[in-house]
Design a protein around this ligand. Structure first.
Ligand code: AHR
Length: 599
């Protein structure tokens, strides 16, 4: 599951390198409004809204006043640094204008630079053409060096000689590295690469709590996340920081298209996390908005105004949309009362009436008395290792579930170890083995559990609101957690048919699931104790060839984590072995093992 939490969007997946690029949501005149920005020398900088703005959506700008001596300019520190790599070209842009009656002219030069922590010039370009109207300036900055540290900055300087007290305004300053598939306003390549390596089959977005807003006016409203960046106001997200919404609905859709992921798209369902609930009588505009969101995604651009907007923004063809999730976690706090009373029904009935083919996912438990009865239910588990291990068989007993229901394990993760209440900083091997055990149970029952996702997926290690997470990152690095490797092992080794297993060995300490394609059989195993268990395998109905491999994730220390200082302590190892219709295999203690067998 993806949402902007832990700066996983702004400062993460969204490749923009400048923080607080348009001063969105900031109170003019305050020091806080200047976060991530610094004046050079004695230059005065302030966030203001007293000059005609670049757009209604972006009322604030940076007022830069030239000092009487020394450098005139300002810098941005990025999101806990800026990754600058030698030989890479960065696209920088900004809007600027002069104050009225300025002594600057169009012939004055602005210098745009990338600077190292020590002030070394890493890249430099120049622009001219300032006027009293907002204009966008763009330069391409070719980095000459990869500095040791990430404490680099983006700088804009003016030649202030003889211009003391003169004012220039700036806003929507931006710096992009090359992006995934070279998309403008695109995504950070190394993060997308880590995700793509794990072959995700769907993407649930935009939350999570971050769909809901803390209060009703702050909910994720798709209409404010599309179109030119100057027209996107952003919003205060649910995870303590402002979302630029540069990573908006269209960017999510293109990301899914690029990676071949199905959409599981959340729509705001009239409940916000601090308890704000839209009364039934006021719900219609929110239903209309949900329908317009659906139409933007999958409508016919020739006949539908929202789909036509999508075409205008560069994607005439509809995106494929099958699953729509109505709200998020409507089983907590005061949410269930209104979800049960009217919210689910109002959204589900309205959407089904127009788009009966859509599969609507509810966010209460499968037993909840909703009308219409949901066919798809999203449930979440943030628990201890023992909880997940004990629920290996959770989906085996079909009498516990309504016969028509299909389950989406939309968020799950081990967040604490068995004995201690402190949250884990990063996933541990013990947690990952437990998750794998639960996943084996889900895979056995994948006719009932139609999708499952670890959550949350991404974490900027310098700004964490929720731990543990699947993938950590900073300005330069990616940290693939032990849980990431479990997701990877399960995902890249997928059968299309689940095999029935008869066993003389009892489950515990070893747990398993077996599957196959036409050419390959897979046996996924976990061993939750710290000693090796040897299992004999016999495939009476399959001609298993001799060439086989085992991917093994294990370590002698069950509490081990992959951390920023030690990112590769636990990684899976693939070893060849000789298989056949019968063979024995040692399942190491504290391990996840995938046997890949040729048929
Ligand atoms: O994944 C973090 C949060 O956990 C999600 O936003 C929410 O759905 C759940 O409570």
């Amino acid at each position: 599951m993806y949402e902007d939490i832990n700066h996983s969007g702004d400062g993460g997946l969204y490749a923009e390198l400048l923080q607080n690029r348009a001063f969105q949501g900031q109170t003019p005149g305050t020091t806080a409004a200047l976060y991530a920005w610094h004046a050079l020398g004695s230059t005065k900088i302030a966030v203001v809204n007293n000059t005609a703005p670049v757009s209604a959506a972006l009322p604030n700008s940076l007022q830069v006043t030239v000092p009487s001596s020394g450098p005139a300019g300002f810098t941005n520190e990025g999101y806990w640094g800026i990754g600058v790599t030698e030989g890479v070209t960065y696209n920088a842009s900004f809007y600027a204008k002069l104050a009225a009656n300025s002594s600057f002219t169009a012939n004055d030069t602005l210098t745009v630079q990338l600077l190292s922590a020590s002030g070394e010039n890493l890249a430099e370009e120049h622009v001219q053409g300032l006027s009293e109207s907002w204009q966008q300036f763009s330069v391409r900055l070719l980095a000459q060096k990869t500095p040791e540290s990430a404490a680099n900055s983006f700088a804009v300087t003016l030649n202030g000689n003889g211009k003391s007290g003169q004012v220039v305004y700036f806003t929507l300053l931006s710096l992009f590295p090359p992006t995934w598939n070279d998309r403008p306003n695109g995504l950070r390549k190394d993060i997308v690469q880590a995700l793509t390596d794990a072959k995700p089959s769907f993407f649930r977005f935009p939350g999570g709590n971050n769909l809901e807003g803390e209060t009703i006016p702050e909910f994720w409203n798709w209409t404010k996340t599309v179109g030119p960046l100057v027209d996107r106001p952003g919003r205060f997200g649910d995870w303590t920081y402002w979302n630029t919404d540069g990573l908006g609905l269209m960017e999510y859709l293109l990301f899914c298209e690029d990676l071949g992921m199905e959409l599981i798209m959340g729509i705001y369902a009239g409940y916000s996390i601090l308890g704000g609930t839209v009364p039934e009588a006021d719900l219609q505009p929110y239903i209309d908005l949900a329908i317009s969101q659906i139409e933007f995604v999958m409508g016919d651009a020739k006949t539908n105004q929202w789909a036509a907007l999508r075409a205008k923004y560069g994607h005439p063809e509809p995106f494929k949309l099958e699953y729509v999730e109505i709200g998020n976690e409507d089983l907590y706090r005061t949410a269930p009362q209104s979800y049960l009373a009217y919210r689910w029904a109002a959204f589900a009935n309205a959407i089904s009436a127009k788009y009966p083919q859509l599969k609507l996912i509810s966010t209460t438990n499968y037993g909840a008395a909703l009308n219409p009865t949901p066919k798809y239910v999203d449930i979440h588990h943030y628990e201890r290792p023992s909880y997940f291990i004990n629920r290996y068989g959770m989906y085996d007993n079909r009498t516990l579930y309504p016969p028509t229901v299909q389950i989406f394990e939309g968020e799950y993760a081990v967040i604490r170890n068995n004995a201690v209440d402190t949250r884990l900083e990063f996933p541990t091997l013990e947690g990952a083995v437990a998750e794998a055990t639960f996943m084996a149970g889900m895979e056995k029952n994948s006719d009932l559990v139609f999708a499952a996702a670890y959550a949350p997926v991404l974490q900027h290690i310098n700004s964490t609101q929720w731990a543990p997470d699947l993938i950590g990152f900073d300005a330069y690095n990616i940290i693939k957690s032990v849980s990431y490797w479990v997701q990877h092992m399960f995902s890249v080794n997928r059968g299309d048919t689940i095999l029935s297993v008869r066993s003389t060995a009892k489950v515990n300490p070893v747990y398993w699931v077996a599957s196959k394609t036409n050419t390959t059989a897979f046996v996924k195993l976990t061993n939750v104790l710290n000693s090796t268990t040897t299992l004999g395998f016999n495939f009476p109905d399959l001609d298993i060839g001799p060439n086989a491999s085992a991917t093994v994730l294990t370590h002698s220390d069950y509490s081990i984590m992959n951390t920023p200082s030690s990112p590769n302590t636990v990684v899976p190892k693939e070893v060849p072995f000789a298989a056949g219709k019968t063979f024995a295999f040692d399942i190491p203690g504290q391990s996840v093992v995938v046997l890949k067998l040729s048929i």
